[in-house]
Design a protein around this ligand. Structure first.
Ligand SMILES: Cc1ncc(COP(=O)(O)O)c(C=O)c1O
Length: 386
């Protein structure tokens, strides 16, 4: 934590107001995040999962709806769908490791109400193709930007392209307050409903009791003033962090000489890519494993197939349809979901293939050109022998 964050925490402690309605930090954070993303409104919440659930509630998604989710994302994306009583439908990713617009088209059926493109590892989804399909079929888009804070597609920040966007500020994100999340939208109706969903008691607060939309029973995912104060300081650095990551990533991409049989995978918008990683795809799994071993000596790397709960096949609670906290609250047995066919037993072959043959290398943060260059030289000597 830097001095600025310490000062921000001190500011809140001195004031002694930790609650969003008494303080100013949460409201300012919402205004600043909305301005940074380029949308009309933001609602701060407790986590990325809370943000996804809040957005789905805001858009009215529930029993009787199916929601397309990619087979490569953190389980939270799919769990958020079950939390509102809808059914997640697994969808293939393409070689960019983001949702495949072609498979998306195939998976749409009459119950499909929403699609959640996930900008995994800071890599923008193919939003042009996704929007085209969604528009033709009248399907809502919720962008899961939990791993892509500040990234963009076609010069628009991720989260501002679909109907709503969700973010996480947990400890593992490039800017963080330890925990936290946000929902964004430019549609007034979704903004108001997100507010009601995130705080069912907001109607009792005079400044928030002026909604044009009808109230419904919300919950409590309210952010707090200390987290907001820390996160506000962190997001001021976001563009600087992104620029540094993008530069180091570019140095790796131009410096590494890949042998025959390997290729770098460009993302759907190289300029808008957050730069947190680069992808190398091998022609076969054995070669990918060999490359992983070499790169792993110098960088944090992984074949995504081994990333646990980020792969659909490891989502046991959904695959086994174990249901919710109470037998009656079970999206898999809800009468309105009876006609929705799930696809949890069928492997996503294309996804499995790409996740096995790709080596995902994390871009080191804070490396200068000299030490990056040295590591690239060593990597080049070693991979020449793969
Ligand atoms: C793609 C994705 N969606 C959702 C989440 C959930 O965020 P949180 O842990 O803040 O609830 C995460 C968490 O890292 C994530 O990576």
């Amino acid at each position: 934590m830097e001095k600025k964050e310490l000062n921000a925490v001190e500011r809140v402690l001195t004031k002694g107001e930790f609650f969003r309605y008494g303080g100013t930090e949460t409201v300012k954070f919402e205004e600043e995040w909305a301005a940074l993303i380029g949308v009309k409104s933001a609602v701060a919440v407790t986590s990325g999962t809370a943000a996804l659930i809040t957005c789905l509630k805001a858009m009215g998604i529930g029993p009787g709806d199916s929601v397309l989710v990619p087979g490569y994302t953190f389980i939270a994306t799919a769990l958020a769908v079950t939390a509102v009583g809808a059914i997640p439908i697994y969808t293939e990713v393409d070689e960019t490791l983001t949702i495949c617009p072609i498979d998306m088209k195939h998976k749409i059926e009459k119950h499909t109400a929403c699609i959640i493109p996930v900008h995994m590892q800071g890599m923008p989804c193919n939003m042009r193709a996704i929007r085209k399909v969604a528009k033709a079929k009248n399907i809502l888009i919720l962008e899961d930007c939990c791993q892509a804070l500040g990234g963009s597609y076609g010069k628009k920040r991720l989260g501002s392209i679909g109907d709503m966007g969700a973010y996480s500020f947990n400890q593992y994100k490039i800017v963080t307050g330890g925990e936290g999340g946000a929902c964004v939208t430019s549609k007034k109706i979704y903004g108001e409903r997100a507010y009601m969903a995130h705080d069912g008691s907001c109607s009792v607060w005079p400044e928030t009791g002026k909604m044009s939309e009808a109230f419904f029973c919300g919950g409590n995912f309210r952010f707090n003033e200390i987290n907001a104060a820390i996160t506000r300081e962190q997001i001021k650095r976001l563009d600087r962090i992104l620029a540094a990551l993008q530069q180091t990533r570019a140095t790796f991409l131009t410096g590494i000489n890949l042998p025959t049989g390997f290729k770098f995978i460009n993302s759907n918008d190289e300029k808008g890519n957050c730069g947190v990683c680069f992808l190398i795809q091998a022609e076969n799994v054995d070669d990918a494993k060999r490359l992983e071993a070499i790169m792993g000596k110098h960088l944090t790397v992984q074949r995504p197939i081994n990333s646990g709960r980020h792969v659909y096949s490891a989502w046991g609670v959904i695959n086994g349809k174990v249901g919710g906290h109470n037998p009656a609250w079970d999206c898999f047995r809800h009468p309105k979901n009876r006609k929705i066919k799930t696809n949890y037993r069928r492997p996503l072959r294309q996804t499995d293939d790409y996740l096995k043959r790709t080596v995902l290398c994390n871009t080191p943060y804070g490396w200068n050109k000299r030490n990056t260059g040295k590591i690239i030289e060593i990597i080049n000597r070693q991979i020449a022998k793969v």
